[in-house]
Design a protein around this ligand. Structure first.
Ligand SMILES: [Fe+2]
Length: 200
């Protein structure tokens, strides 16, 4: 399975003309996802760090476009990556809003890590799960059906969170302290450099 490198991800983000605030969000989700993966590394020997990195960086790859087209950005992002020759990353992107299944157990998939990481980042800030889900309710729920769907998702994600932090060597509330602002700034610079290199 081919997985794009970080720089390849940055170049693709640039080519897709992703809005700046979505770039900042994606880079933060990546930091969070890798902090989770590193915390789980001892227990979850099978986790593919490169795959998590690419899935997190590219999870909103078609979101900017979706504002105009109204496409389902999880589905279309997954399809785009499969077409580009990265079906494994596409599968993670496709499941970043809602996972195909919410199993129990002590092992985690890369898709679960990216899905949960995205639910802990509001804009480019690490926040508690409830705050992020409340934002989703306010912003994306227009009727009873939406509210029911998001309520279900909220419950399932709480379960995922509980499972994760049973295994992680730090608490859910400590996640933010595991993610350095300095590193985020450095990655933003590295993204801009990749973007300039790509267009110039
Ligand atoms: Fe998204």
């Amino acid at each position: 399975m081919r997985v794009p490198s970080k720089i390849e991800c940055y170049e693709l983000i640039c080519r897709m003309e992703m809005m700046d605030h979505i770039v900042a969000h994606s880079l933060k989700v990546c930091q969070v996802a890798l902090a989770l993966a590193d915390g789980l590394a001892e227990e979850n020997m099978g986790l593919n760090r490169e795959l998590i990195q690419a899935g997190a960086l590219l999870h909103d790859i078609t979101k900017t476009r979706s504002f105009a087209t109204r496409e389902n950005h999880a589905e279309s992002g997954g399809e785009l990556l499969a077409e580009l020759g990265f079906p494994g990353v596409g599968d993670i992107v496709r499941q970043h809003v809602k996972l195909d299944s919410y199993p129990g157990g002590v092992l985690f998939s890369e898709a679960e890590i990216v899905n949960y990481a995205d639910k802990r980042v509001l804009h480019d800030e690490v926040v508690p799960l409830d705050r992020r889900m409340q934002y989703i309710v306010e912003r994306y729920c227009h009727g009873e059906d939406d509210r029911r769907r998001v309520g279900w998702l909220w419950e399932k994600t709480r379960g995922l969170e509980a499972r994760l932090f049973e295994r992680l060597p730090f608490a859910a509330g400590e996640l933010e302290s595991r993610v350095a602002a300095k590193e985020h700034r450095r990655e933003l610079e590295s993204y801009r450099a990749a973007c300039l290199g790509d267009s110039g």
